[in-house]
Design a protein around this ligand. Structure first.
Ligand code: ADP
Ligand code: MG
Length: 452
């Protein structure tokens, strides 16, 4: 039997393959001429032992190869790592003999954060629904009118809701138009800044950030209480904005809610357009899962897609982890992925909160989701949406709490336990006949039993 830990190991293995460095070099083969490949890239050696998921170390046999790779291909190598391992990887290239002699490693560290755009972040791969359509439309419009519509554009929303994806989608459009695009996180911007101060290269730093065509800065909330970098960003902003260059920011919250920001910077964040992204609704989650399956060449039945959509909360990033687990399994066992296994895989994801569930908490969650009042669910109202909500609430209370039929009847204002048992029979037949109804029940049940 395939255990969780075997799968985990397998994922680690395919994720951070011992030969990943070699694989990356093979991929580079496609991008260079044969003689370039043989003269330079083939000479690189990947250090399996010292490299980590965040740091890839290669050795070059001499300074010529080192400089050539450093100037032309470190960004590309870092990028391929990121695409393959989904990790931000710093690439170091060092001279082989300096390492062998155990001298201080004079590694050439290349910060790839700037202008590194993940090409799979595109508008066409981004699934749009009510939760993100405003942000999507704003970014799309900016991508078609750089510097002319919303400048700056400020995107905000919770973790894993697609802010970086959207921002980079615009970045990719600009880059394909030949614009100089800098993508950086606040952290990388800060590192670059402090390094420039240390190395006395502020002039170069300023030239880089103030003369690009498009500046994308991710995770602005990390500016909080960091005065020096805020001032630098303020002047960078003024220079770019003055030249009509497009700037896009993201953060996990509205600029007003980010503490420890200089007032002048905070106000500039709101000069253009501030757009929020909300957690995806069920249909959007389903569309995203289907898209990710397509991209990752994973085939899942509709049942399983729906199930995953109901289990994951809102962080879309979880989807990729789940798919890679399922994919690993199907590869290992040469079998199709079935619902039982999916449930097994997702077991970890689901925390049992059943003990804490009460009829009140269930009714509240159902009411909120369906946009009616809890009191209406408990009323004798016969309108279609109230009956629908009440059925769902009763069914979930029956499934997830220890309450008896008479207790349910009393709580939901029904005559007696036969009325409840009749309702439950009705619901059971609906679950078989009405796919949407079943999905809704699953979604809400999972929501109630998930850690949020
Ligand atoms: P954030 O920056 O908001 O934390 P990301 O942009 O990194 O989130 O998104 C996390 C993952 O979810 C990425 O793999 C991204 O491609 C994916 N994702 C998020 N929203 C969508 C969407 N609407 N359609 C397709 N993929 C999405
Ligand atoms: Mg992000």
């Amino acid at each position: 039997m395939l255990t969780e830990s075997t799968i985990h190991l397998y994922i680690l293995k395919i994720g951070f393959n011992v030969n990943i460095g070699q694989e990356i070099l093979e991929l580079l083969k496609e991008e260079v001429t044969e003689s370039e490949f043989n003269r330079y890239i083939r000479q690189l050696q990947y250090d399996v032992k010292k490299s980590t998921p965040e740091l890839a170390i290669f050795y070059a046999p001499n300074a010529l190869v080192l400089n050539w790779i450093k100037n032309k291909y470190t960004d590309k190598i870092a990028h391929l790592f990121e695409v393959k391992s989904h990790n931000k990887v710093t690439v170091q290239i060092a001279l082989k003999n300096t390492i062998d002699k155990r001298k201080k490693v004079k590694a050439v560290e290349v910060k790839h954060g700037n202008s590194l755009l993940n090409p799979s972040h595109s508008f066409s791969n981004f699934m749009v629904g009510g939760s993100n359509q405003f942000a999507y439309a704003a970014v799309k419009s900016v991508s078609e009118n750089a510097g002319r519509v919303y400048n700056p554009l400020f995107l905000y929303g919770g973790v894993g809701l697609g802010k970086t994806h959207l921002m980079q989608s615009a970045g990719n459009v600009f880059q394909n138009e030949g614009k100089v695009v800098i993508y950086t996180t606040v952290e990388q911007f800060l590192n670059d800044f402090t390094r420039s101060i240390r190395n006395n290269t502020m002039e170069r730093f300023r030239e880089k950030y103030r003369t690009c065509d498009v500046l994308l800065i991710d995770d602005i909330q990390f500016l909080s209480n960091k005065e020096g970098i805020q001032e630098e960003l303020f002047h960078t902003f003024e220079a770019l904005k003055g030249d009509g260059k497009q700037i896009i920011f993201t953060a996990d919250k509205h600029p007003k809610k980010i503490a420890g920001l200089e007032a002048r910077l905070q106000s500039r964040f709101e000069w253009g357009l501030v757009a929020d992204i909300q957690p995806p609704e069920l249909e959007t989650k389903i569309a995203i899962i289907e898209k990710k399956c397509e991209i990752n060449k994973v085939v899942l039945s509709k049942d399983i897609v729906n199930y995953i959509a109901t289990v994951i909360d809102s962080n879309v990033r979880e989807i990729e982890g789940i798919l890679s687990k399922l994919h690993a399994y199907s590869q290992l066992m040469h079998v199709d992925i079935d619902i039982e296994f999916t449930k097994n895989v997702l077991k970890d994801q689901i925390a049992e909160k059943r003990e804490n569930l009460t009829m009140d908490s269930i009714t509240q969650v159902v009411a909120k989701d369906l946009n009616i009042k809890p009191s209406e669910i408990k009323s004798k109202g016969r309108s279609k949406n109230i009956v629908y909500a009440r059925r769902i609430a009763i069914f979930i209370c029956r499934e997830l709490t220890q309450n008896t039929m008479p207790q349910l009847a009393q709580y939901f204002g029904m005559k007696d336990h036969t009325a409840i048992s009749h309702t439950i029979k009705k619901i059971n037949s609906l679950i078989v006949d009405d796919e949407d109804f079943k999905v809704k029940i699953d979604e809400l049940s999972n929501k109630l039993t998930n850690i949020t």
